[in-house]
Design a protein around this ligand. Structure first.
Ligand code: ACO
Length: 329
């Protein structure tokens, strides 16, 4: 039995933060941001709303389009590094607001690889026969943990949510076919939000030291991301005996245009097969892949039976790839 993606949707806030807006906030310029990252603008959620708001919106699109009632859901998995609050899980609010009264669920923190952690977890519940309908969401309000006085990070991140519905299919040749996932805690301290956890609980000192904001050693993350994402993408194609021309779309995590380019070159894909929307949204962490998938689907470019490779790298370090065959008409 295979898990297929039977619906996909996304939500992005209306408010746009452009490179020229950022030029007025920190010492940066459009040329630097565009040439180093590929980002032109990102979306910002209203201050008083949380990640679960966007996650619920994306989920509602999926439920409406697949004509699924919320009560039919067995499980909701929400990948995020920006839950509404430390306790309870953000998925508690999503489950409540959707009215998914028969569903259980939990949050997954896999950094930028979070959506793929959730997708592969959801796949196991479908393949085991335990559940029939699993909603998998990737959502992050990165603006809540971004220091808009730090030019090395504030140009990178944005807010968004994406969601897919997983269902079982009798057909072996459609749906999630393979995955490769890694965790290497040796990179744990290269990408952190140190404050507000059990080592440094929130205090005046942690706030004064800005420890509640995201910190990354950009160069180290960049180096590992290029190698990690390229390796797992090439490996999953090879071990499934596929050639470059068999892959219809490569949908990578959108952290930096240059990381995506290096990974795509390693698997020999021409640019037309590489999905890139980082210019419009920046790095939305757990949301990038379902958001890019939803936009590709909505532009009528994906056809049933198309081979698709997903790949991501992020905090942990976590990284991985997923190979799937598109199941929607
Ligand atoms: N505008 C202008 N100059 C800047 C800016 C900016 N916004 N930011 C940094 N600079 C300067 C630096 O201060 C530095 O100046 P110096 O040489 O005088 O010291 C110079 O530009 C070069 O900085 P680098 O850090 O070397 O720039 P680099 O080319 O490495 O790009 C970037 C930085 C974009 C952050 C890159 O390292 C990157 O993309 N890293 C990976 C990000 C990533 O993949 N994150 C993982 C996912 S996040 C998650 O899991 C939640």
């Amino acid at each position: 039995m295979r898990a297929i993606i039977s619906g996909v949707g996304h939500y992005v806030p209306d408010k746009i933060l452009s490179n020229s807006d950022l030029e007025k906030m920190v010492d940066t310029d459009d040329e630097w941001i565009t040439s180093r990252t590929g980002i032109k603008e990102r979306r910002i959620l209203d201050k008083e709303k949380g990640t679960s708001y966007m996650a619920t919106k994306a989920a509602q699109v999926v439920l409406e389009e697949t004509r699924t009632s919320p009560e039919e859901l067995d499980l909701i998995l929400l990948a995020t590094v920006t839950p509404d609050m430390p306790v309870p899980s953000a998925v508690s609010f999503v489950q409540r607001d959707l009215g998914a009264s028969n569903s259980w669920g939990f949050d997954i923190n896999g950094g930028c690889t979070g959506f793929m952690c959730a997708l592969t977890t959801g796949t196991q519940f479908i393949e085991s026969g335990r559940h029939q309908k699993v909603l998998v969401i990737g959502a992050d309000k990165m603006s809540a943990i971004t220091n808009y006085e730090d030019r090395t990070t504030c140009v990178l991140f944005g807010d968004a949510a994406g969601a897919v519905l997983l269902e079982s299919s009798g057909k072996d040749d459609l749906g999630i076919q393979d995955f490769i996932m890694h965790l290497d805690g040796a990179g744990a301290e290269s990408l952190t939000i140190a404050g507000g956890g059990s080592i440094y609980p929130a205090s005046h000192e942690t706030v004064d030291k800005k420890m509640h904001y995201i910190y990354q050693d950009g160069k180290t993350v960049f180096k590992h991301a290029v190698v990690g994402m390229a390796d797992v993408s090439a490996k999953i194609v090879e071990r499934n005996n596929l050639g470059d021309n068999d892959i219809r779309f490569f949908i990578p995590h959108q952290a930096n245009y240059r990381i995506i380019d290096a990974a795509a070159k390693k698997i020999g894909l021409d640019p037309e097969r590489v999905v890139i929307n980082i210019n419009k949204y920046g790095n939305t962490t757990a949301a990038t892949i379902p958001l890019a998938m939803s936009e590709t689907y909505r532009s009528n470019k994906l056809q049933k039976g198309d081979w698709v490779v997903l790949a991501a790298f992020g905090a942990g370090f976590t990284w991985g790839s997923v190979l799937l065959r598109w199941a929607l008409d």
